[in-house]
Design a protein around this ligand. Structure first.
Ligand SMILES: [Zn+2]
Length: 468
């Protein structure tokens, strides 16, 4: 790992700053010692983080790989788990939130956790710290919280951050620890933008906030799995968390995402709960490239993504089906812009259901992005609040049929606070088995005709490729 990082540094320096690097006396031909001589600073006014050498005038904008090297150098021996000791165990190895009783778990229909990451924020950025509070406020207003529903809806109030070990089951340890190191600088210098990661930012609390988000997801997995041992109809889970995760790749952050929350949870479900076969559905409008990359060669984790064709980050082509032992366990369905409710109903019936039935999962995890909503301006699908209700109700029904009802949703995108909040609220209603109230929010006047011929072609093509 460290060699790769060193290689990255050398390649970078040769192409752009060969002379100044070579003039620096601290530079060692292996690149190792050099790393400790670099500091991070902010250029006056432009908020771009820079590396600068303390022994010469060399300065360059942040390249995350440099940070990885730096942190790896300093922090490798400090690895420790913070999670495993702090949630009380019930039976065997399964862990259950200590503040929720068995009876409560068995009777609940919805169990959720909230990690708002209030310190992880950039003004005017769509992935802002207003998102989760907006959802929670709407749930409250629509009487979909424990305060109004007694035992039907449970919020997990106490959970622990994910440990470095948990995160490192998906991400390279050097990245995880490198991010931790960045925090020291961020606390002194404010917000950082991570070059090469899409518009992903980091603030002083990003590392802890991201561990907490992932931990909030694991706590819901623990609760749903524990409940499934006691009831044939366990509650459906929802981790209302940010920063989102599905773009974060094994080597770093990407596209507003820091750690792959759902990927970490998939590995955790396998390792801690012995749930070998994990089926991941990603209905965010963007391709979940991070999750895709993490499991592309893994036959036990099926990754099924629907996304808008041509949207960020441009990955997830229909012919990408997995490789090696994982060949056939990745399904990518790019849908044409303008696809809406009719398209998603067809996709669910003709693609998602037969895939899941054939795979026979032990648990279903869902990357629940609400940015395909017609009112969300980051893309141009025409999903509605009602579409999200349909998807949620159908997915939990599938989980009941295939894997003892074990199903956990993870918040991904969704940037129009209203459509995001109402759509999550309708997902809760689907979990509760109550009628949708989408018609109170959705306005058919916003919709236009779906490109049905192109949708049909895409669905037929993916069915042919995967023999569905
Ligand atoms: Zn998205």
């Amino acid at each position: 790992m460290f060699e790769a990082v060193t290689d990255g540094l050398q390649a970078y320096s040769k192409s752009e700053t060969l002379n100044s690097i070579n003039n620096c006396e601290a530079f060692d031909k292996e690149g190792n010692e050099l790393l400790d001589e670099f500091n991070l600073s902010l250029e006056n006014g432009n908020m771009l983080p820079l590396f600068e050498c303390s022994l010469c005038t060399w300065r360059k904008p942040l390249k995350l790989r440099l940070f990885i090297g730096h942190a790896r150098h300093s922090y490798l021996s400090n690895l420790k788990s913070t999670r495993t000791s702090s949630i009380s165990c019930s039976t065997n190895s399964e862990k259950e939130p200590s503040n929720i009783t068995d009876i409560q778990l068995a009777n609940a229909k919805v169990i959720y956790s909230v990690a708002s990451a209030t310190g992880h924020n950039q003004e005017s950025h769509p992935e802002s710290n207003l998102r989760v509070p907006a959802i929670v406020d709407t749930l409250e207003k629509l009487e979909l919280t424990p305060k109004y529903r007694n035992s039907e809806i449970i919020e997990i109030q106490h959970f622990n951050p994910a440990s470095v070990e948990d995160i490192s089951s998906v991400h390279e340890r050097a990245y995880v620890l490198g991010l931790e190191k960045v925090m020291e600088k961020a606390s002194e210098q404010g917000i950082l933008f991570i070059e090469g990661s899409g518009p992903t930012y980091a603030t002083a609390s990003t590392f802890q906030d991201s561990l907490l988000a992932a931990g909030a997801g694991l706590a819901v997995v623990d609760a749903v799995v524990a409940a499934s041992k006691k009831s044939p109809e366990p509650p459906s889970g929802f981790a209302l968390i940010r920063p989102p995760g599905h773009h974060a790749v094994p080597t770093g952050p990407m596209g507003f995402c820091v750690f792959g929350n759902i990927a970490v949870a998939a590995r955790y479900a396998q390792r801690v709960h012995g749930l070998k076969r994990v089926f991941i559905i990603d209905f965010d409008v963007h391709h979940g490239n991070g999750t895709h990359d993490a499991f592309y060669e893994d036959p036990d984790i099926y990754f099924l993504s629907t996304h808008q064709d041509g949207s960020y980050p441009g990955t997830g082509k229909i012919h990408e089906v997995g490789s090696g032992k994982g060949e056939g366990t990745s399904l990518n369905l790019p849908l044409p812009g303008g696809s809406g409710d009719v398209a998603m109903r067809t996709v669910f019936d003709e693609v998602i259901v037969p895939c899941a039935q054939r795979f026979k999962p032990d648990i279903i995890l869902v990357s629940a992005g609400y940015d395909g909503h017609v009112l969300d301006h980051l893309a141009s699908l025409q999903l509605t609040t009602g579409t999200y209700y349909m998807l949620s109700a159908s997915i939990i029904q599938l989980a009941k049929e295939l894997c003892g009802g074990r199903c956990v949703f993870f918040l991904e995108g969704g940037y129009n606070l209203q459509s995001l909040s109402y759509s999550v609220a309708d997902t809760f209603r689907a979990f509760l088995g109550e009628p949708s109230r989408a018609s109170e929010f959705d306005n058919p006047a916003f919709l236009y005709e779906e490109p049905s011929t192109r949708i049909k072609q895409a669905i037929q093509k993916v069915k042919a490729i995967h023999s569905l």
